[in-house]
Structure formats: C-alpha cells, structure tokens
Design a protein around this ligand. Structure first.
Ligand code: FUB
Length: 317
C-alpha cells in the first residue's frame, strides 16, 4: 500500500552509512569478493591480484580471507588456499565462493587445469572451520571445460557461486559467456543431473544468486568493460526477468565481480574496482590499482518497495 511504500522510502533514506573507506584494503590487491555470513561474522574470501604495474593479464596464485563482525573493521587471515593445492591444477586462482553445509565449509574455485586441453576447471575444497585449513575435497575437478563448452573460450566454466535453497537443494551457478547452473548432491561435492543453460541479457560472467523473501535475484557481470546487472525470478529455474544495471563500470577496472549478503539486518553489495590510489613508497610514489590490480569495495544495497534493486554508486567511505 501507499503508506508502506512511503515508509520504506523514508527508512531507506535515513539508514546509516557504511563507515568504512573504499577500497577496503590498501595493503594488498583483492578481487572477486565472495562473502559468507556465518554466525555473527562475515567471512570475505577474495582473489589476490599480484600482476606488476602495467602488466597485460591477471597474476593470481591464491585466495585471501578477511573477517569482520561489523563490516567496518576487518581482520586479515592471509591466504587460505592456493590454486596448486589442487594437485591437478597449475595456477590461475580466479573467482571462488564459500558456503556452509552441516558444519562443513565448501570452497568452490576457478583454477587452470594442468592439462591445457580442458582449460579452466572448477575445484572444490572443504574445511571444518571457515578459517580453514581447506583441502581438495575430491582430488579432481568438479567441472571441466570439456563438460560445458558452449563457446570457443577455454574459460567457459569459471566463477562458481553456490546456493542452498530453503528446501535444502544445493545448486552451483557458474560460467563465462554462457550462464549455467547445476544441482549439487547433499555431499556438495558431486553434481546431480545435467548442467543447464540460463537465458540472461548481456551476460559476461560472475553469477551470484541470493534470495530475498520469496524472490530469487541473479546478479552478474554484464557487457565488457563490465557493469553488474541483475535479473529476478519467482523460481530458481527461471525464467529470469531482467532488472537493469545494479552497478556501473568499476573505477579503473575492466572487470567487476559482486557478492550480495544480508548481515545484521542490512544488505551489502561487495565488488571490486581498480581504484586503489597510488601511495608513498620508500622510493617515492608506488603505482596504483588498475585492471589487473583490483581492490574490494563495499556499499549498502537497498531494495525498492516493488522488490527491484536500487543502483549502487561507489562511495569513498
Ligand atoms: O579474477 C579473474 C577473473 O576476472 C574472474 O574469474 C572474473 O570474474 C573476473 O573478475
């Protein structure tokens, strides 16, 4: 009703700002944020950009972990896993995602397979604590490029994002160029049925599924350079109704990659930018962020009364 709508708008307008600076971490380059809420803590897994200034591609070997109880002060837990901890992989620790089931923590990753032919692959590691130690759960790739190739890219099968629905059914969403999803068995380490293709407008990569009330939201990097777009559905199987652009091109980075979480009653949009400014080094100014030297940023996410998402504008604090 009209009164509820007005109340929602007023509440949105007065909700507290996030008092943390953006980019969040300035001692290390962080990318592809994957946030997991567990108890009273947010565990933020990130990729780790290590490319030299002005390099031409990603250099990523491991995944970092940070945690916070208030989304303002963060504790660093260092690298929790590296790509070569999967003994069938040779590197490229690209986007990952962690989820808890029955007291175990499953960490789905993108890595490059040792054998060049299958290209990228999805691995799964498991731990008894969100902080790890994480170990390869099955000793082989969960998804290989050969199982999925829809285009000529060998990175067709990247960027896994897991989701457990209210009925206990788990899913893995993933893909570049062609968005896909597959059911997972209760073990969380075996696929359950065929990989299905999703119809999404302007899709590039970085799928993330979240559910608010009874609505499913599928957000993703769209176009290139990437913005974040989203679609909504009343069923996890679609059809997906395009909702528009959620976040514009991220600073100085060609890619963007998002997490959406609800924590202590507030929704957060966590993404990356190339916007880390230069800082003073021992020999003068050290080079800044960029497309292969990205940094995680966090802003508040707000819903409109009709369930659509308000566009997120990067704030500096
Ligand atoms: O970080 C490497 C790749 O860049 C990720 O897998 C994509 O989502 C993009 O952010």
């Amino acid at each position: 009703c009209r009164l509820t709508a007005i109340a929602a708008i007023v509440l949105t307008a007065v909700s507290a700002p996030l008092h943390a600076k953006n980019p969040v971490f300035d001692h290390v380059f962080t990318a592809d944020p994957a946030a997991m809420v567990h108890g009273d803590t947010v565990y933020l897994f990130t990729g780790h950009d290590e490319a030299p200034h002005n390099d031409k591609f990603f250099e990523m070997h491991d995944w970092l972990l940070f945690s916070s109880k208030d989304m303002k002060t963060w504790q660093s837990h260092g690298a929790v896993l590296k790509a070569t901890d999967f003994n069938w992989a040779k590197g490229d620790a690209w986007a990952a995602h962690a989820i808890e089931r029955n007291g175990k923590f499953y960490f789905y990753t993108t890595v490059r397979h040792k054998d060049d032919k299958p290209g990228f692959a999805v691995g799964v590691a498991v731990a008894d604590s969100p902080l790890g130690p994480y170990k390869d759960a099955i000793g082989k790739a969960l998804i290989t490029n050969e199982m999925t190739t829809q285009t000529k890219n060998d990175w067709d099968d990247i960027d896994p994002a897991a989701f457990i629905d209210d009925d206990g059914q788990a899913y893995l969403f993933f893909g570049n160029s062609v968005p896909k999803y597959v059911k997972l068995k209760a073990s969380m380490t075996e696929l359950d049925g065929e990989i299905k293709v999703i119809a999404l407008k302007d899709f590039t990569e970085a799928l993330w599924l979240h559910k608010k009330d009874k609505t499913y939201y599928l957000s993703y990097a769209c176009e290139f350079p990437e913005k974040i777009c989203y679609a909504k559905s009343q069923s996890i199987h679609g059809p997906w109704q395009y909702g528009g652009i959620l976040n514009e091109i991220a600073g100085n980075s060609e890619t963007n990659h998002q997490s959406i979480i609800e924590f202590k009653g507030q929704s957060y949009f966590i993404y990356h930018t190339g916007a880390l400014p230069p800082k003073d080094g021992p020999n003068g100014e050290e080079p800044s962020g960029g497309r292969f030297r990205r940094s995680v940023a966090i802003d508040l996410l707000h819903y409109n009364p009709d369930g659509s998402l308000k566009r997120v504008l990067m704030t500096s604090e």
